[in-house]
Design a protein around this ligand. Sequence first.
Ligand SMILES: *Cc1c(COP(=O)(O)O)cnc(C)c1O
Length: 817
Amino acid sequence: MAAPRSDSEKRKQISVRGIAGLGDVAEVRKSFNRHLHFTLVKDRNVATPRDYFFALAHAVRDHLVGRWIRTQQYYYERDPKRIYYLSLEFYMGRTLQNTMVNLGMQNVCDEAIYQLGLDLEELEEIEEDAGLGNGGLGRLAACFLDSMATLGLAAYGYGIRYEFGIFNQKILDGWQVEEADDWLRYGNPWEKARPEYMLPVHFYGRVEHTAEGVKWIDTQVVLAMPYDTPVPGYKNNTVNTMRLWSAKAPNDFNLQEFNVGDYIEAVLDRNLAENISRVLYPNDNFFEGKELRLKQEYFVVAATLQDIIRRFKSSNFGSRDPVRTCFETFPDKVAIQLNDTHPALSIPELMRILVDVEKMEWEKAWEVTKRTCAYTNHTVLPEALERWPVTMFEKLLPRHLEIIYTINQRHLDVRDLDRLRRMSVIEEGDCKRINMAHLCVIGSHAVNGVARIHSEIVKNSVFKDFYEMEPEKFQNKTNGITPRRWLLLCNPGLAGVIAEKIGEDFVTDLSQLKKLLDFVDDEVFIRDVAKVKQENKLKFSAYLEETYKVKINPSSMFDVHVKRIHEYKRQLLNCLHIITLYNRMRKDPSKSFVPRTVMIGGKAAPGYYMAKMIIKLITSIGDVINNDPYIGDRLKVIFLENYRVSFAEKGKTAKGVDSLKLPPLPAGGSVNRDRSPAAPAQREATPRTEPATACTSLLCRYNAREYYERIPELRQAIDQLSSGFFSPKDPGCFRDVVNMLMNHDRFKVFADYQAYMECQGRVDQLYRPREWTKKVIKNIASSGKFSSDRTITEYAREIWGVEPSAKELSRGLLVHT
Ligand SMILES: *Cc1c(COP(=O)(O)O)cnc(C)c1O
């Protein structure tokens, strides 16, 4: 039975969600019952909570259909420039609540479900996450889809429909254990398979140079089956498409050539082809040169480009000349954005289609390709850069290898031999490799980093030579997140109190949050914000106590650090901070401390030894501190199991010290010092107190031992790790962690220890109810820049050459219901 809803919850809903119309409520109830009966074939005596979730999902989905069809029809008729966002990852999370929010029907559904004697929140929790991503890169793609639909762009997301998304993380005895993410087990109510649009993708084979041109022959074919998912804009009647490809073996797979006579074996072998879309590679910022991954990358590129070209040819523009499609206009009608180098094969594949298939001259084809493609760089970490062995290419994609060689020869116009070697797409050495980032930079008209400082590093280090040759190519597009999911949906209470002050327009124009600066001293507003925060923390505390059997002090500072576990992401620095706080509490019993609940969460790549050790370290520290009666509830350390999009939504409402959804760090860049956790939104705006350190300084010839010997509290923490203080059952447990920190720490954790401790000390000083809330309000007011709507508007104007339109598609014109 549904719990009675509190008055404050109703108030929030009224202020942001609109008032439920009675007729609409009855319609949702009817539709729910109809789907329970006809779609799920159940009555209320035998229906499970999951049946109720599916019945509601179908009832909500029905409201997308007319808008979806009409939006696509509108694009066909008007033929605007299409934006194609190509990504190996779309970290979408759940869809039900997001759809209700964007269609403005959450309140109506809440009321209908309540009248049916059910609880909407409970049903929402049943939905599986679409975990088709690892972290920031995949979530960015998902936020961008929301913003592109909200801004009325004719945009498409293209990717792979992995049968298994990012693994589920279990913690056993403090260690991470992976479980397969069988997210499609109960079916996916949001996707529509389109077997009629299946396309062939070729692999292997050989190249023949004939008088009529180049032929790629004797290939093996795998079919790409599209599955479409609707992407609704926020209350604008626009519904775009995310098209994900699934691998299907052709029906004659292995029947003619190989297993003649062994029919059973041939059918079983279909798995080989279909393995291409089986599972997401679980690496974040790490390149693993597996052939199956290269197959995935070509699979999505080959299927997507066929689809793009089919749509171009069927449009008014492409087919104006009925005899020969005019491909010179292709870049005026098509933009392809490459989410990192993962879909980099788009460049040689487009060249192959234009030159080998469409018989275009090489130079013309190259101009078209360059004007069409743009590349987003996400990292400068060397181990993350894709460098494929030439031998693997030669076998799997022989024609593409030839094309890449030609691109390298013809379009790398460099005289200086040393520079030429540095800039080559082909890296010489024991194992010749293709540098995919170099291919992307050469084959794109725009290259962007994802934060101001990152884009500077891109120009001054990894792509320095390229920047000097073509400076006009290089841009910055600071990342953002969608305010629909990350504010309206996950923190309706906060959205409600904001709306009371500045109206609802901030939902699609987040820069309006700066109006809140007028209310920093408004006592009523301060109290309202503090109240929402306290309610969220209480709810989250109850969840934590239930889940982790740890007593939580809900008025303690919530110090949340959630992201993929990686040596560069500073979890070890956080551990050293926690250990130091613990040692101070034990050393000075009479001193008062600001109580903290530290929560750390994130997945480690299954093959990343040190990341898995970091998880064991966090859980081990927690075991000692949480069970020390001396400490009580002044310090708790909890590892948040299975951090994912739906969990981030939970955590975002409750965070105290913020490290959630910050603007990105310069991955692998300089050591980050003097970052104020209390002022996240100002990270870009605030000049660093210490500039990038000159090479004469202590930092450049980093010597961990100097810090260890000079800073007693740091030494004590490290000695405790060495002696097994936090791992009494296995004293040697953390020797590899200590050895790394002391002898080969690429990320120079000790160099940041002191500044980090001091900064956290200032945070403690600030943590007084009223002052803290005022800081929170200031931070909210200056966070408006980090909307993905702003990011996408910049991509649209500065890379794609299109203008976003805030105007909604007229409902009368567009929607048949
Ligand atoms: C936003 C998000 C990320 C990226 O977080 P960073 O702190 O930028 O690394 C990773 N995982 C999930 C589930 C997210 O929602």
